[in-house]
Design a protein around this ligand. Sequence first.
Ligand code: C5P
Length: 406
Amino acid sequence: MGNLADKQIIVGVTGGIAAYKTAELVRQLRRAGAQVRVVMTAAAQAFVTPLSFQALSGHRVYCDMLDTEHESAMGHIELARWAHCLLIAPASADFIARIAHGHANDLLSTLCLATPADLFIAPAMNQQMWRNAAVQDNIDILKKRNLRILGPAEGEQACGDTGPGRMQEPFELLEALSLASASESPLQDCKVLITAGPTQEPIDPVRFISNRSSGKMGYALAQAMRDRGAQVVLVSGPVSRPPPPGIDVIAVRTAEEMYQAVIQALAGVNIFIGSAAVADYTPAQQYAEKIKKNGSVLELDLRPTKDILGSVATSAAPPFTVGFAAETTQLEKYARGKLENKQIDMIAANQVGTGRGGFYSDENSLLVIWKGGSQVFAMQNKVSLAQRLADLIVERYDEHKISGSL
Ligand code: C5P
């Protein structure tokens, strides 16, 4: 499946100043749900300590071929077999030369020979070194062997030069691994429309009504659907997250703007996922000037907003519709009620207000209900939860198509 959840990845670090960026990469890989083991060459340890990578990967770092403790736990051949992919970042000119010529004089080069996993190389070196014919010949050798060369990027270098040789940024390397692992694309010809984040309903120029939604789940779901080959449009309320690569993001503020954006983007959509925490009420009147306090009670006249999910589900040619329900009590009862009332195909319900999971948290648990069944996803990181939910949505969507309901 095209995602990094539970992918077993070896990150090999060789000697180069870009090794500091690899620390961030390891953090991002773990946040994407991957299991990471770090292997460092002796030169790499002059730039970043194994302790840093141990803290970030959550595991002891492998540095030596002849480390009896490591060999008794997971020997180098076992480690080579464990990996689904091996990324060398940064890959120095020396290390590239060694693997091009089949050397096995340290743990990392030995792993490169011993692993059946896909190999990715992120070169990082001075621009003049990168342009050197010897380095280019070695890169050609690796390309012929189907190793994937990621970058290098062009730009300012740590040594003061400008040119090709900068290691790709962590998010670019993550993206490359994620796309490369998209071996299956079950949503190849699918258009998926997702709402995410909160809405803000203005009271006056400085105040608004909103909620604690961070957009984490919706953004993770958008990426999970993209990884499965879908063309994804994300209608997002105000959140402090960068737009995910490969996804069209339409930024909106109010529930009405979100409704209009969804209706306009709906043509040709196969799957609609309403993960936004849309405000249920909006002030009937928006004051042009800041409301002044005068010590007396202030009453706001609130009107219900349009139900975006319900409108999509009851449109002329509805897509497969998935809703969310955040409840403080009677989770299953309310979720089943919404499934029926809104006439949607599937609902993902989560308990909020319990102190763990829910809004703003990095983790969540879900009770997912559809007409013929249900499934519980235990408390876990929202990124891996989104991957699991995406698989279930694909499964139910396929079933829905087969049963001729679409
Ligand atoms: O109606 P309620 O807010 O309880 O249902 C939650 C589900 O409905 C979520 O999927 C949310 O995105 C969607 N919703 C919507 N438009 C609204 C209110 C909720 O799409 N105005």
